[in-house]
Each structure stands twice: as structure tokens, then as C-alpha cells.
Design a binder for this molecule. Structure first.
Ligand SMILES: [Zn+2]
Length: 149
């Protein structure tokens, strides 16, 4: 197992998307840090659960897209974090569920955050997400080249 991580512009909101490509199978998992849009490719499996190969011997992939309505991040004690993307527009109920999760033992509230994304606009509902998660990718890229952040 080995994978290559990188970043690119999100196809949905132009925010920063992190990419993770498994170089042997070419499976990938990309997620936007701002709107939560997910692009994913997983191996096609046959009924025995074995990967299916194409006529040239390469693995066949099944591509999926989902999310795009925001991102939540929960930071736990001990350095473990969990990112979730929303596949439906977040209503107030969803914000409340997140705030309830924050009350759990072991959650570091000051390092957790919630961004909702609806009709082209990102809104920070809770916490302080890293600045580069809210900017357009072009701007993130320019700042990185200048060595800021
Ligand atoms: Zn996005």
C-alpha cells in the first residue's frame, strides 16, 4: 500500500481539494476542505470480491461523486481527527447534531469546526477552520508559493 497526496482546485466551489491516489491500483479519494465535495474511485469487484481487470490487465475503477454541502471536523484528544462531508444541505437540525457531538468526552471543542456550503456560499457555523480551507484554491496556491501558511 502506498499513496500520493496532493491538492487541487475543487470542481464544485474552487476551494482546496485534497487528493489521495493509491498508486498501485489508481484508486483515489479527493475531498474539498470547503464545500465537502468528494470524488472517489474504487476498484470494481466481482461476486467473489476480487478486483476486476480490463482487457489490458489494468484494474477497472468505479467512480463516484458525493457531498458538496459542507464539512465538519471533530478533533479528539490524542491527535485523532475526523472529517465528514455533507451529502445534503445542512438544516438547523444538522448544526444541532454537530453541537451535540461537541459535548462528547474527548472532543477538543476549540479545535473542531463546522462549515456549511449552500448556493455557492461557505458559512462557518462553528469554530475556526484553517484559513486555507476557506479561500479559493488559486489564492491558497499563490500563498504557498510565497511561503505564507
Ligand atoms: Zn469545494
Amino acid at each position: 500500500m502506498g499513496s500520493v497526496q496532493d491538492t487541487k482546485a475543487c470542481g464544485k466551489c474552487s476551494g482546496m481539494m485534497t487528493t489521495d491516489v493509491e498508486y498501485r491500483t489508481r484508486e483515489y479519494f479527493n475531498m474539498c476542505k470547503r464545500c465537502g465535495f468528494v470524488e472517489e474511485a474504487v476498484l470494481q469487484k466481482d461476486i467473489h470480491g476480487d478486483p476486476v481487470r480490463g482487457e489490458h490487465g489494468g484494474f477497472l475503477l468505479e467512480r463516484k461523486e458525493s457531498g458538496g454541502y459542507g464539512v465538519s471536523y471533530l478533533q479528539f484528544r490524542g491527535g485523532v481527527g475526523r472529517t465528514d462531508s455533507f451529502i445534503y444541505p445542512m438544516e438547523n437540525g444538522g448544526v444541532k447534531v454537530f453541537k451535540d457531538l461537541l459535548q462528547n468526552e474527548g472532543v477538543l471543542r476549540e479545535e473542531s469546526y463546522l462549515i456549511t456550503f449552500d448556493q455557492g456560499k461557505a458559512t462557518v457555523q462553528y469554530g475556526n477552520p484553517p484559513m486555507e480551507h476557506l479561500l479559493d484554491y488559486e489564492e491558497v496556491d499563490a500563498r504557498q508559493k510565497e511561503g505564507i501558511g
